[in-house]
Design a protein around this ligand. Structure first.
Ligand SMILES: NC(=O)c1ccc[n+]([C@@H]2O[C@H](COP(=O)([O-])OP(=O)(O)OC[C@H]3O[C@@H](n4cnc5c(N)ncnc54)[C@H](OP(=O)(O)O)[C@@H]3O)[C@@H](O)[C@H]2O)c1
Length: 290
């Protein structure tokens, strides 16, 4: 039986759907407030709990052979310590106690970059280290921004023609298809290896090029609203006068907006070779979604 945490999230949903389609028994960890009807309809076992409750974690882990951690807090959140760090450590500890066969963890590509101003990246890095030290079999996937994260922006652009760019429009980034990642997770979780993969589609975009690409896709000229990094720094300083927590959490947004973290082509080739997978492009993803 697989346990998928964050089962109502962008990636978790897709991992649960793949388990069901491959006839792998799956328990989906959700909150009472999560959207989980679909998971039940697919035939997953739904476990309602809260990852901030170690008792819920212990109960959800009973009878589990593989753990797939797809939970996460938002970048600007008060729950980074509790969810991305503490809950992940509690899950790893429970996996050790249960002698779980394999654990999968998902981190952003930026986890190996400059973390000093980002509690989120520190939490992800320390969780990776705890898993590496645990003695368990594991796969850590370091991925670029998930293509599914663009959907709300694309939908708003489709309706209004407006596309908001935070930070420098020429900043470069890559994207990862959540379907590709879910496929890789299923393959990796059957192995007894200890591996770390960086995964992204090879295409490199600037933020402006993503706006232009959506413009071509919807046949609509984008009206780009740009919020430069300086404005975000100003907002951070101002909010920091009233709330130190918000100032600290905005450090992650600042770090991710300011520094480019691209996936080396040798790592992309390694993923394609290991998983025998042609990686999905943004174009293909959008065609499938819209
Ligand atoms: N999205 C990206 O671009 C990206 C890029 C790199 C790495 N990652 C990492 O990949 C993983 C999956 O990302 P995602 O975008 O699929 O995440 P997501 O859509 O934001 O989903 C997060 C999930 O965590 C659950 N969760 C949060 N707090 C919880 C709690 N206290 N108890 C139980 N569940 C809780 C949420 O439940 P609710 O539905 O109830 O809120 C949701 O199902 C995360 O670890 C993320 O950091 C994501």
């Amino acid at each position: 039986m697989y346990l998928v945490t964050g089962a109502s999230g962008q990636l978790g949903l897709r991992v649960v759907r793949r388990c069901v389609s491959l006839n792998v028994p799956v328990r989906a960890f959700v909150r009472l407030t999560s959207q989980y009807d679909m998971l039940k309809e697919w035939g997953a076992e739904v476990f309602i709990g809260d990852l901030q409750e170690p008792r819920d974690i212990a109960k959800a882990m009973q009878g589990i052979t593989a753990l797939v951690c797809c939970h996460g807090s938002h970048l600007i959140s008060r729950h980074i310590h509790a969810i991305d760090y503490r809950a992940t450590l509690d899950l790893i500890q429970a996996a050790q106690a249960q002698q779980v066969r394999h654990v999968t963890l998902i981190s952003p590509l930026a986890v190996t970059g400059d973390r000093h101003d980002s509690p989120f990246l520190k939490a992800k890095y320390e969780a990776e280290q705890a898993l590496i030290r645990s003695g368990l079999n594991y796969t850590i996937f370091r991925c670029a921004t998930l293509m599914s994260s663009l959907i709300p922006l694309a939908e708003r652009f489709q309706q209004t023609g407006i596309y908001v760019i935070l930070g420098d429009p020429q900043h470069r980034l890559q994207l990862t298809s959540p379907e590709d990642l879910a496929r890789c997770i299923m393959i990796a979780s059957h192995t007894s290896d200890r591996q770390i993969f960086s995964i992204a589609h090879p295409e490199i975009f600037s933020r402006q090029e993503i706006a232009d690409r959506l413009g071509r896709f919807f046949n609509k000229r984008p009206f780009v609203v740009n919020l430069p990094l300086g404005a975000i720094d100003g907002a951070r300083q101002f909010l920091g006068l009233f709330n130190r927590d918000i100032e600290a959490s905005m450090g992650t947004l600042r770090t991710l907006l300011a520094y480019e973290s691209l996936c080396p082509s040798s790592d992309i080739e390694r993923v394609q070779h290991y998983f025998q997978l042609p990686l999905e492009s943004l174009e293909d993803f959008l065609n499938r979604y819209f």
